[in-house]
Design a protein around this ligand. Structure first.
Ligand SMILES: *Cc1c(COP(=O)(O)O)cnc(C)c1O
Length: 399
């Protein structure tokens, strides 16, 4: 660009400055090496309480070997969408296994959990006579899926079953063509579990169907980590189960599990499925190896919960407020964005990485640190973390 010429893109500098001023600018921390329970981040060794690598499978030897073997057999990519020539036998095998894992007739894999939620909302809610009913704390991908849906949308206050019944029993809902209730199974910021039995009962009563997003429950809750419907004994009733392959399963991707007709319909209509290419076979092989381990080695999930309970008990004993957490996602409530950021920064200096979550990701007064322990942490790692929390918590007047 010549000197003095008008920079048509200068609005971006102004936008970035505004983000900086509002404390909403995100800069990236760089992981040097694997996604380990104790990792090197920006040159510093830290106890890693930030990743969704619940079962420490990202570096499991059997999983790595499966991914390498798939590259030797199939190559590195598919260079096609599923509906043209991008469906390999290994993709089909994974979908059969995922259906078995979730206890459903069929499943279908998408590029990510995000794409899966968008695909489902968009493909199932196709008319202004349909109604999508969603918990206010549902994941951003469900919100965006709702924006692409052609249906009306109603949001109910978090886990408020009276409010959900009021929506489902309203004249508008009763005359809708289809009613879909969508909820996270485990909520990603608070670590609380959706009241799925009550949601399913209300849905049944008012002729609605339920879609549960188990991104944080798959590999964590239920039989062998099958998710919240399994946890509550609702596998035969919950119509649509969403899972991710990006968190406990340690690869990348998302999937829906449900009826064969649901899969058949989505194969022909879901836009992210039809217009975006399929997973590299190494990713698919990773997922298959993880399913093998989930079915044969229950010790990983057991250790995850032991670690989570140990860490949560330690935080509470120090006087921290861990909010509504019922799962390994454990918030440490702070109540102020800049204080939460300071807390996170000081912990990092003390060798512990826990993410600050501020407004608007969570409501005003609900600012916090968000922690997730993994099955790979030792009690020694957790003691290191608790010591740092005690020190910095006192320093900042939080405990
Ligand atoms: C992480 C997450 C997703 C997105 O999953 P990806 O596979 O990372 O795209 C969807 N829903 C919830 C509740 C999540 O926490």
């Amino acid at each position: 660009m010549t000197a003095g010429a008008k920079n048509i893109m200068s609005f971006l500098d102004e936008e970035v400055s505004a983000l900086e001023r509002e404390g909403r600018r995100i800069t990236l921390r760089i992981l040097q090496g694997g996604q380990d329970p104790v990792s090197v981040v920006d040159g510093k060794r830290v106890v890693n309480l930030t990743s969704n690598n619940y079962l420490a499978f990202t570096t499991h030897p059997k999983v790595k070997a499966a991914a390498k073997a798939a590259i030797d057999r199939y190559g590195v990519g598919t260079a096609a969408v599923r509906s043209i020539i991008g469906t390999m036998d290994i993709h089909q095998t994974l979908e059969e296994r995922l259906a078995r894992f979730k206890g459903t007739q069929a499943s279908l894999v998408f590029q990510s959990g995000f794409a899966t939620n968008v695909a489902l909302c968009q493909s199932l809610m196709t008319s202004d006579q349909d109604l999508l009913v969603s918990d206010e704390l549902n994941h951003a991908s469900i919100i965006d899926g709702g924006r692409l849906a052609k249906s009306a949308r109603k949001i109910y206050p978090h886990k408020d079953m009276r409010a959900l019944e009021a929506v489902l029993s309203s004249p508008e809902a009763r005359k809708a063509r289809r009613r879909m209730v969508v909820t996270d199974g485990v909520f990603s910021m608070d670590g609380d579990i959706a009241p799925l039995p009550a949601i399913q009962d209300l849905a049944d009563k008012y002729d609605a169907f339920v879609m549960v997003d188990d991104a944080h429950a798959s590999g964590v809750l239920g039989k062998n980590g099958a998710g919240t419907p399994s946890h509550f004994g609702l596998t035969d009733r919950t119509q649509i189960q969403i899972g991710t392959l990006s968190k406990a399963v340690a690869a990348i991707g998302g999937y829906v599990a449900g009826a064969q007709s649901l899969r058949d319909y989505l194969v022909s209509t879901a836009r992210p499925f039809l217009f975006s290419s399929s997973h590299p076979p190494s990713v698919t092989a990773t997922c298959l190896a993880v399913l093998d381990i989930l079915e044969s080695e229950p010790s990983h999930i057991e250790r995850l919960w032991k670690n989570a309970e140990h860490f949560k008990r330690g935080l509470k004993a120090l006087g921290f407020d861990t909010g509504a957490s019922e799962t390994p996602i454990t918030p440490v409530m702070v109540g102020d964005t800049s204080k939460a950021k300071r807390f996170s920064q000081r912990l990092f200096e003390e060798g512990v990485f826990a993410l600050a979550i501020g407004f608007p990701t969570v409501g005003k007064g609900k600012e916090r640190l968000r922690t997730i322990v993994s099955a790979g942490h030792t009690y020694g790692d957790l003691e290191t973390a608790l010591k740092a929390f005690a020190k910095v918590g006192k320093e900042l007047g939080i405990v």
